[in-house]
Design a protein around this ligand. Structure first.
Ligand SMILES: [Zn+2]
Length: 259
């Protein structure tokens, strides 16, 4: 049974993804950077916080940990080196939240400790991905700690997931990312229709997320660095042809940093 998944907006553009048990009694949260919206939601819906999943150490993903642990004593899962995590995870580990199994994959690049949670789905349910700041809708995280080959390798792990996998990332960056995607790949007609759809969601205050792997492969420039149009964009930035896909990715990522 898949728990209901609900996005709690936090700060300017973060989402704290909330999983709710099928009996409507318990909740789990992913990356609670702020305790306040979580406590408000739990109180309003009479839910008990049983589990916290953390993808990486940044404060906008972990800042609410202390208060939530003190108030609810949940199980806390995540990478090593973060205060409050009592179940340290690495590649290949499994976590179960409300009878839904997640496997852990390591996705360094944005930070070195970054992990993602994958529910593989089955005949009755959709695969689910919680990927923090690694893969965004139409974008990817900045390389604060890792290298371009690391990040490209991490993104490839995510794009190897089934096309229907629901991508739950941690920020509402989609429209800005799509504006950049259009600059990087102006002839991709699928970008135009996606912008219309995502703008429509934002106009009525809805999140653009979750996305899915199929849509990201079609419209996310960081997943398309093997294509000639992205290579041409990278060449314009570099002033010479890129040596390989990693160099294309690095040039496109650097361009986005200042876009
Ligand atoms: Zn981050």
């Amino acid at each position: 049974m898949i728990p209901r998944i609900h996005p709690l907006p936090a700060f300017k553009d973060n989402y704290i993804w909330t999983l709710i048990s099928s009996d409507g009694v318990s909740a789990g949260v992913v990356d609670p950077g702020d305790a306040r919206p979580v406590i408000e939601f739990l109180t309003e819906n009479r839910l008990r916080l049983s589990d916290i999943l953390i993808t990486h150490h940044h404060m906008d993903h972990t800042g609410g940990l202390g208060e939530l642990i003190e108030k609810y004593q949940p199980r806390v899962f995540g990478p090593g080196g973060i205060k409050g995590i009592d179940h340290i995870l690495e590649e290949g580990d499994h976590v179960e939240v409300f009878e839904v199994g997640f496997r852990v994959i390591e996705v360094p690049g944005h930070t070195l400790d970054h992990i993602a949670f994958v529910h593989d789905g089955g005949s009755h349910d959709t695969p689910i991905l919680f990927c923090g700041d690694t893969l965004f809708a139409a974008g990817c995280g900045r390389l604060f700690e890792g290298t371009p080959p690391q990040m490209l390798g991490s993104l490839r792990k995510l794009t190897a997931l089934p096309p229907a996998t629901a991508v739950h990332c941690a920020h509402e960056y989609t429209l800005a990312n799509l504006a950049f995607a259009t600059a990087a790949e102006p002839r991709n007609v699928k970008l135009r229709s996606r912008i219309k759809i995502e703008q429509g969601k934002r106009n009525i205050g809805r999140p653009t997320l979750p996305s899915n792997i199929e849509l990201e492969l079609a419209t996310n420039p960081f997943l398309r660095c093997d294509l000639p149009e992205l290579a041409a964009s990278a060449m314009r930035r570099l002033g010479r042809p890129a040596k390989d896909e990693i160099e294309v990715f690095a040039a496109i990522r650097k361009w986005k940093d200042n876009f």
